[in-house]
Unconditional design. Structure first.
Length: 290
């Protein structure tokens, strides 16, 4: 099934005319496109598989300017542009600006994200940070190293210890404190939700988190690992490699593909993931707007 619009850029056409907001009736067509690249599309597929393409149900709108395989963009708290050439990304950007709000980040396949940001930058910029090259990795077979048997799912009563490690990781990775704005209530709820869902993993030493990772987005076929962190005091001992391998092994056991993306400049993490058995299958980019 293919959904097609009139050619964008027709005389008198604006982004509002050329960009279609997809809905519940488009769910199967969207899923068919997402299935073409399940690892890259995991963040959106997790929403659509669970709730369909109804904007009110998935916390944002899915846009297209023509054939879905050629132009597809999710706009919610985060913008996830998955497909689009120069004209489509221009129209997506114009539509986003017309909504009179600024999304805090864009993430997805690097070529589409960076093209769209070129059009948004004059209005929304300058970005706080542009991470233009983030290798997208997947583990297609079992881990190639020993897994850490001490890494396990976090229990509800361990929220405070895990939350403390998560805050340290977030500040180091994103450069901002997730407690800003509401004193940390929202971030605490998010972390508690991951624990409740069985998607937070850690190794504890005397009640202290020394390794952590979590499964962020999870579709029917892919689990995206994120928030990988080792306590600075314990780095250089292989805990990151064995720990992420343990999480990946659990994902494999569930019948899904473990995946993650990493900053290109983080050579230590990239080497660790390679030792665990991850291979590069694409490139993401992230724009941190605010």
């Amino acid at each position: 099934m293919t959904t097609t619009l009139p050619a964008p850029g027709a005389p008198g056409a604006s982004s509002s005319d050329a960009v279609r907001v997809l809905g519940l009736s488009d769910t199967e067509a969207i899923r068919a496109v997402l299935d073409l690249d399940p690892v890259a599309s995991c963040m959106l597929a997790a929403r659509v598989e669970a709730r369909g393409a109804d904007p009110t149900a998935i916390g944002g709108e899915i846009w297209s300017t023509g054939a879905l395989a050629d132009s597809l963009c999710f706009v919610g708290t985060t913008i996830i542009p998955l497909a689009g050439g120069p004209e489509a990304t221009r129209l997506f950007a114009e539509r986003a600006v017309e909504q009179h709000r600024i999304c805090p980040s864009l993430v997805g396949p690097a070529d589409v994200v960076l093209d769209m940001w070129c059009h948004l930058d004059p209005v929304w910029g300058p970005a706080r940070e542009v991470r233009a090259c983030q290798p997208l990795l997947a583990m297609l077979d079992a881990p190639t190293c020993a897994v850490d048997p001490a890494v396990r799912q976090v229990r509800a009563e361990e929220l405070d210890q895990y939350l403390n490690a998560s805050i340290q990781m977030f500040i180091g990775e994103m450069g901002v404190d997730p407690r800003n704005g509401d004193g940390g209530r929202g971030y605490r709820r998010r972390v508690a939700g991951l624990i409740e869902a069985g998607r937070a993993w850690a190794r504890f030493e005397d009640g202290r988190v020394i390794f952590k990772a979590e499964i962020g987005s999870q579709s029917l076929s892919v689990s995206q690992i994120q928030g990988v962190w080792v306590d600075p005091e314990f780095r250089g001992r292989g805990l990151g490699t064995a720990g992420v391998a343990a999480v990946a092994a659990a994902v494999h056991h569930s019948g899904r593909i473990p995946s993650l993306y990493v900053n290109s400049f983080n050579e230590v993490a990239r080497a660790s993931y390679a030792r665990a058995g991850f291979t590069r299958i694409g490139t993401f980019a992230t724009v941190l707007v605010s």
